[in-house]
Design a protein around this ligand. Structure first.
Ligand SMILES: Nc1ncnc2c1ncn2[C@@H]1O[C@H](COP(=O)(O)OP(=O)(O)OP(=O)(O)O)[C@@H](O)[C@H]1O
Length: 258
C-alpha cells in the first residue's frame, strides 16, 4: 500500500512557566507513525498528551525539534519555503473550530473558490464549476451557494470546511477533533461523510479525537498517546478488543458505552 505520511522519531518542545523560571518541556517526545493511502489512523490520548502538536507537525504547520516528517517520500525539512507552498496543497487540516475561521462576509461559492484563487489555479468559470462540484460532494445544496456562513448550521459549516480542505486534492488529511463541537446526531453524519470522501478519493487520514466511540467508528488503526509519547499502536480491533497497555484500558473504561 502507498505510504503517505511517515513520522520518524518526531518531537516538539515548548517553553513553559513564568519568565523567571522558563523551561523547555516536550509536548511530543519522540513519535514514529505511518499512515497509508486510503487508511485512517485514529489518534487518542488524554488532554495535553500531544495529539494536536503531532497533527500540526504532520502537515507542516509546526516544525519538529527532533526527527523527520516525510510526506509521499518528500522530507518536509528539505523543502524551502518557496517549494513548501505548492507542496502544502497535498496536506490539509480540518479543526474542531474550522468553521469559526470562515470569513463571515464570503458566500459559500466564494469560500469554495478561494483555495483555487489562493493557488492561482484554473479560470474563473472552472473555479465556479469546481466549487459547485465540491458543494455536491460534501452534501451541501447548490441553492446555498449564494448564502453566508451564518445562514448554515454548525454541521453544514463543518461540511464547508471539509470541502475547502478537499479542494486542492490532498493526499493527507489531518482532522483534529472535527466533530467534537457538534450534536451527536450531526457527528454521525459528518463521520460518514469523512468515510465516504476517503473512499472516493483515497487520501490518508490522521484523525485526532478524545472520543473513543468516534475513533472506533472511523479508524483502521489506532495510536494511543500519553504525555507526549506513543504508548500503543495497533489495528482498531486489537486496540478495542485486546489492548496491551493498562493506559489504553483506562481510556476505554472511561469512555461512555460504545
Ligand atoms: N503553542 C504552544 N506553546 C506552549 N505550549 C504548548 C503549545 N501548544 C501546545 N502546548 C503544550 O503542549 C502539550 C501538548 O498539547 P497538545 O495540544 O498537543 O495536546 P492534545 O493532546 O492535543 O490536548 P487537547 O486534547 O487538550 O488539545 C500541552 O502541555 C500544551 O500545554
Amino acid at each position: 500500500m502507498d505510504l503517505v505520511l511517515d513520522l520518524d522519531g518526531v518531537g516538539k518542545d515548548f517553553s513553559a512557566g513564568p519568565f523567571f523560571a522558563r523551561r523547555r518541556t516536550a509536548a511530543v517526545t519522540e513519535v514514529s507513525l505511518r499512515v497509508h493511502a486510503g487508511r485512517t489512523v485514529g489518534l487518542v490520548g488524554e488532554s495535553g498528551s500531544g495529539k494536536s502538536t503531532l497533527g500540526r507537525m504532520a502537515v507542516g504547520l509546526l516544525t519538529p525539534d527532533r526527527g523527520r516528517v516525510t510526506v509521499h517520500g518528500q522530507p518536509l525539512s528539505s523543502l524551502t519555503p518557496k517549494k513548501m507552498r505548492p507542496f502544502r496543497r497535498t496536506m490539509q487540516m480540518v479543526f474542531q473550530d474550522s468553521s469559526n475561521s470562515l470569513n463571515p462576509r464570503m458566500t459559500l461559492e466564494d469560500l469554495l473558490v478561494e483555495p483555487f484563487r489562493a493557488q492561482d489555479l484554473h479560470t474563473r468559470a472552472e473555479r465556479r464549476h469546481r466549487a459547485a462540484a465540491l458543494a455536491d460532494e460534501v452534501g451541501l445544496a447548490r441553492s446555498g451557494l449564494a448564502r453566508l456562513p451564518h445562514e448554515f448550521s454548525g454541521g453544514q459549516r463543518q461540511r464547508i470546511s471539509i470541502a475547502r480542505a478537499l479542494a486542492l486534492e490532498p493526499d493527507l488529511l489531518v482532522a483534529d477533533e472535527p466533530v467534537s463541537a457538534l450534536d451527536v446526531s450531526v457527528q454521525a453524519q459528518i463521520l460518514n461523510l469523512f468515510k465516504d470522501i476517503q473512499q472516493a478519493r483515497g487520501f490518508a487520514m490522521l484523525f485526532v479525537s478524545h472520543d473513543m466511540a468516534v475513533v472506533e467508528f472511523i479508524s483502521d488503526q489506532v495510536a494511543v498517546m500519553r504525555a507526549g509519547s506513543l504508548v500503543e499502536f495497533g489495528s482498531r480491533d486489537e486496540i478495542f478488543d485486546s489492548p496491551r497497555e493498562p493506559y489504553t484500558r483506562t481510556l476505554l473504561d472511561a469512555a461512555p458505552s460504545l
